[in-house]
Write a protein that binds this ligand. Structure first.
Ligand code: FRU
Length: 488
């Protein structure tokens, strides 16, 4: 084991964070900082999740891969750090990547090695190249053939060439990798290999052409419900449509794939998460055939706002089951969460006006479904649910029925992020009813809207004592509330 990896493992071993300082179901780094999920995979009957990791502080730094595993995608057990930047070709970071299982049953990691290379004139270039490592689910050995995909087989810039997502089809290995093209915007390249060490460029799956942001990061490419799906995390997005956010976004491109995987024909696109915190997601196929996505529940733009005294920073979203229905993406929490629901409290068809609280409806670790309908013959103007509430604290979701818009607002959640605390998005569909499934897990809110047609996620670092929930209606409406505590 290299000195760098030994140091990281020794360091994380010595740190202690109590259970109460973390969410129950949302993976947080063992210590220090995490960003993207990496290597989300099934190995020897268990789910493995790696993550971009800087154990030594709560800020981004030289990237390691942290590691954990789970039987149910909800309760994660920490394993020792898997990769450290300890070779020339990844000296400046082991960036994002993915995992698969080899023919002979080993766990294969594919990642981006980052290396600053000095030119003769003294200037430096930071090269990004693809590397592999194999292991037994605990310890990983980097290949002597690294880096396995270099600037030699690259149409675009070697400075932005990262985040390989690997899979196997028959006897052929495939990987999609993000790259910046000569027009300055992103493209997703497809590579092929038969032995994991030698790779050939097989084509371009899709490209931005400066239409959908600039550089595209963290591609994932799969088929789902008969459709081809390419998920990307573009930077510098400036779409006019308010369904999308400026800056870093996650976008799902839906189309068809024929023959070789590079022949993807995009038909539509949509935002993946319309909240404040979601980036760089990755998917796996579960043993029972579900396509499951996990993302970094944090925005880069606000990632310097670390609550005082906190020993970890950055967390994963709840894993979501994906489906495509009528050409649209639907996302819902993994069904494993249902088994954690305890203490049901239910209200049906209650008449609501003004501001109300409901007995038994409060908490910070819960699963709650709220369904709002107009009162017969009447229209209400807006409906608001306030969460994590006490004194000056709350986070709200407000539905403006006339405009059919939903606003997520954490301005009063207790940590000021400037401009990044509020977002209004159009609600899609024609339905009269609004259905919100709200998942709270100490430091976050995830809102699954209308059976998963839209999702809004946000972290909230509100003191845990703020556990009130209240409802507010401008006008009158009918309300169903079904609430469960979640127990880990
Ligand atoms: C996305 C990203 C990736 C990169 C990693 C570095 O959040 O920028 O493109 O591999 O983070 O930590």
């Amino acid at each position: 084991m290299s000195a760098e990896l030994e140091k990281a493992r020794g360091y994380e071993e010595k740190q202690e964070i109590s259970k109460e300082e973390r969410p129950v179901f949302h993976m947080t780094p063992r210590i220090g900082w995490c960003n993207d999920p990496n290597g989300f995979s099934v190995y020897q009957g268990e789910y493995h999740l790696f993550y971009q990791y800087h154990p030594y502080s709560t800020q981004w730094g030289p990237m390691h891969w942290g590691h954990c595993r789970s039987r149910d995608l909800l309760r994660w057990e920490y394993l020792p750090a898997a990769l450290a930047p300890d070779e020339d070709y990844d000296r400046d970071g082991c960036f994002s990547g993915s995992a698969a299982v080899t023919e002979d049953g080993r766990h294969l990691l594919m990642y981006t090695g980052v290396q600053k290379v000095y030119q003769e004139d003294g200037s430096a270039q930071t090269l990004q190249r693809q590397c592999v490592a194999v292991g037994d689910g605990l310890n990983y050995v980097k290949s002597a053939a690294n880096p396995v995909i270099t600037e030699d087989q690259l149409p675009g810039s070697p400075l932005d060439f990262r985040d390989p997502k690997i899979w196997k089809d028959g006897n052929t290995w495939y990987a999609v990798v993000a790259n910046r093209t000569s027009d300055g915007s992103g493209a997703i390249l497809l590579y092929k290999s038969t032995d994991i060490q030698h790779w050939m460029l097989a084509g371009t799956v899709d490209r931005s052409a400066n239409q959908i942001g600039k550089m595209w990061e963290c591609p994932d490419f799969f088929t789902l419900d008969g459709q081809g799906v390419l998920v990307i995390s573009p930077q510098e997005v400036k779409l006019e449509d308010r369904a999308y956010r400026e800056g870093n976004e996650v976008i799902c491109l839906i189309g068809s794939v024929t023959g070789e995987a590079s022949s993807f024909v995009r038909r539509s696109m949509e935002p993946v998460d319309q909240g404040l915190d979601f980036y760089a997601p990755q998917t796996l196929e579960s043993p029972d055939g579900r396509r499951i996505m996990i993302g970094w529940m944090q925005a880069w733009e606000t990632s310097k706002f670390v609550p005082e005294g906190q020993k970890w920073f950055g967390m994963m979203s709840l894993p979501r089951e994906l489906r495509i229905r009528d050409g649209k993406l639907f996302q819902n929490p993994v069904r494993e969460l249902d088994a954690c629901r305890k203490n049901p409290v239910e209200y049906r068809n209650i008449h609501m006006t003004g501001t109300q609280t409901l007995s038994g409806i409060k908490g910070r670790i819960l699963d709650m479904i709220v369904t709002v309908r107009p009162e017969e013959g009447e229209k209400y103007r807006s409906f608001t649910v306030r969460l994590a509430q006490s004194g000056r604290y709350y986070t709200s979701l407000c539905y403006d029925q006339e405009r059919r818009e939903l606003t997520l607002d954490r301005t009063h959640a207790g940590l000021d992020h400037g401009m990044m605390d509020r977002r209004t998005v159009p609600v899609t569909g024609e339905q009269e009813e609004l259905k919100l499934r709200l998942i709270l897990d100490r430091f976050s809110v995830e809102a699954f809207v209308n059976d998963g047609r839209q999702v809004l996620s946000a972290v909230i670092y509100t003191p845990q004592e703020a556990d009130g929930i209240s409802f507010d209606v401008d006008g009158a409406c009918r309300l169903d509330v079904e609430k469960y505590d979640l127990e880990g």
